[in-house]
Design a protein around this ligand. Structure first.
Ligand SMILES: Nc1nc2c(ncn2[C@@H]2O[C@H](COP(=O)(O)OP(=O)(O)OP(=O)(O)O)[C@@H](O)[C@H]2O)c(=O)[nH]1
Ligand SMILES: [Mg+2]
Length: 250
């Protein structure tokens, strides 16, 4: 029985959303990895789409706009009054990627120093992150995770506050920082909504892709969709038999 409400039509991804700047992107492929597309077509995505929920942790200095960014995407609202986040909040967002349900838990942490210790306990198991200028955030957040399983995004906030000339100057530096951190660069405005949806869709898509690839890797010889036959008369109790040969995967 499916007790979940259907995924909103505006959270459906049929194609890979593109990066903002090719110079600082996690990858620049036009489409999802062919193994991922194939696995989705053949319903071989394992725990992705069933139980798995990916964690996205938004970190950065106080008042840089973390809460507003999440609220613009999740609730399409914007509050010009600043209310500091205390500890940590979270929102759940459900997507459908290549026909497979996929959930992201968006964790909104406090930028204020005195709440930082609370936030750091939530970093564990995170797969996507957003960072302000302070690089200490990156070090703290990565301490709790295997860096190879984390996707990093460096987001410039409040784009509406700069003139195009000011922005162009800032972007040059930001791209350099993103390259050094091996992060994908984005610039958004929660006030106008510019790039907010594009950014979260890109996060969802790349996280989904990485999860499915990891799942396929894990299944290895035991391909997702195989059946395990148990025969008590057999000295070799566990035999795996492939139900269906994949048709399009290498
Ligand atoms: N002009 C403009 N103001 C913004 C934007 N995003 C956030 N702000 C303002 O910046 C202030 C801080 O925003 P928050 O989202 O609360 O900041 P935060 O990073 O969550 O702060 P902490 O919870 O203390 O860590 C608020 O007054 C917002 O209205 C934006 O895109 N443009
Ligand atoms: Mg906040």
């Amino acid at each position: 029985m499916n007790i979940l409400a259907p995924v909103r039509r505006d959270r459906v991804l049929a194609e890979l959303p593109q990066c903002l700047r090719k110079e600082a992107a996690l990858h620049v492929h036009k489409d999802f990895h062919p193994r991922v597309t194939c696995a989705c077509q053949e319903h071989r995505t394992g725990t992705v789409g069933r139980f798995k929920i990916s964690k996205v942790i938004v970190v950065g200095d106080l008042s840089v706009g973390k809460t507003c960014l999440i609220n613009r995407f999740c609730k399409d609202t914007f509050d010009k009054n600043y209310k500091a986040t205390i500890g940590v909040d979270f929102e759940m967002e459900r997507f459908e990627v290549l026909g497979v349900p996929f959930s992201l838990q968006l964790w909104d942490t406090a930028g204020q120093e005195r709440f930082k210790c609370i936030a750091s306990t939530y970093y564990r198991g995170a797969q996507g992150k957003w960072l302000g200028e302070e690089r200490q955030w990156l070090a703290d957040a990565l301490k709790e995770n295997d860096p190879s399983s984390v996707l990093l995004f460096l987001v410039g906030s409040k784009k509406d506050l700069s003139t195009p000339a000011q922005y162009a100057l800032m972007e040059k530096d930001a791209l350099k920082v993103a390259q050094e951190m091996k992060a994908e660069y984005w610039a958004v405005s929660s006030l106008t909504g510019e790039n907010v949806r594009e950014f979260f869709f890109r996060v969802a898509a790349l996280t989904f892709e990485a999860n499915v690839l990891a799942e396929l890797e894990k299944s290895g010889a035991r391909r997702i969709g195989d059946v395990v036959r148990i025969n008590s008369n057999d000295s070799n109790l566990y035999l795996t038999a492939s139900k269906k040969k994949p048709t399009c995967c290498p």
